[in-house]
Design a protein around this ligand. Sequence first.
Ligand code: PGA
Ligand code: ZN
Length: 417
Amino acid sequence: MPAVIEDIIARKVFNGRGEETVEIDMITTSGFGRVAAPAGKSRGKAEVTYYPQGGVDQAVKKVEEVVAPEIVGLDADLQEEIDKTLHDIDGSKDFHVIGGNTAFALSLANAEAAANSAGLLLFQYLGGHVAHELPYPLGNAISGGQHTGGKSPDIQEYLALPYGAGTFLEAAAVNVHVHKRIGQALEKKDKLFAGGKSDEGAWVANIDDPEAIEIMAKTLEQATNESGFECGLGLDVASSSLWNSKTKTYNYQRQKKKRDSGEQLEYILELIKKYHLVYVEDPFHEEDFHSFTEITKKVKNCLICGDDLFTTNTERLSRGIKARAANALIIKVNQVGTLSDAAETIEMAKRNGYVPVMSHRSGDTCDWHIAHLAVAYLCPIVKTGIVESSRVAKINELIRIEEFLGDRAKMADLEQL
Ligand code: PGA
Ligand code: ZN
């Protein structure tokens, strides 16, 4: 049955940070899809522009006045055509006319409506029969950098990756346990600790990077011993926010240290070696492809992941592939606008041996669609926090998908670790 788009409703809602965001209802003759857009805080420079001038109000108006007249009447099954139409309507390279977040919500709501019209779950609709592998959850337990204010670590995220788990549910349960234990350890370490958490639900404490990494490493070692499977440690250095282009140094305020590119490379390599890191995101700023190449050459059994470096963008990824810079990349669909754009980036990544990591944003909502995207596009890792409603919405949806798949469910292949 064709899924003809009958109506599109755009509205202003709020994300978990209380920022205004856009939500789209896509209504077809036989189905429905609803998606709300998330927002980043430590954004890459090459990301699309979220909203037109005038913000979410203007985005809602654009949907009503210029998008709906072009899209209503089209077949929701033709995702690429819908996404191309969004590009054509916008006409700019960075989606600043209708807004990248507007395009994101329209594109994904369309896919959801098409799946719903076909009587399928989104992951089945997009991924077909081969989509039966669950990603490993990469979860943020201690926050720092731009995600916190004041006296917290300089490194933005301290992450747990239970990459030896046999099921998604086990992996998610271990992460919750690790998060809780870290809270208890922080209570002992920081006398003023009052249980504060960042937007992503990770702890915010008055500790420095060496203290944070020690607590994480110890807790994960304990989790490995108790669970009987590997629970690895990862970092998102989010180095673009540490980089000062005038002094050409990474400025670690809390550590009271400035590191030039060479020193940064040494520092990260030391951490990888000492703490057996399995994942390091954005160890260098977003224009330093060269250092990404250097570090990728030097590490084994560790994912070097580009977030701000690639911004889910095929042009930037091809540059990385040519230079062999990084071996993994963050996929945030709203960095690039549409689902078709993100799917193309994922395909390019996989063809070239890069591990795609499907990711939330720090300012997210209880929208759970990335759970389906991770399974549909065979992403071996999903980065979506551990606790806090917006994060748990995605984790719980993956638990449901695993249950739905029953005997066919298996954990993804992460042979790189
Ligand atoms: P965001 O970044 O705040 O832009 O979502 C999170 C991250 O760097 O992974
Ligand atoms: Zn990042």
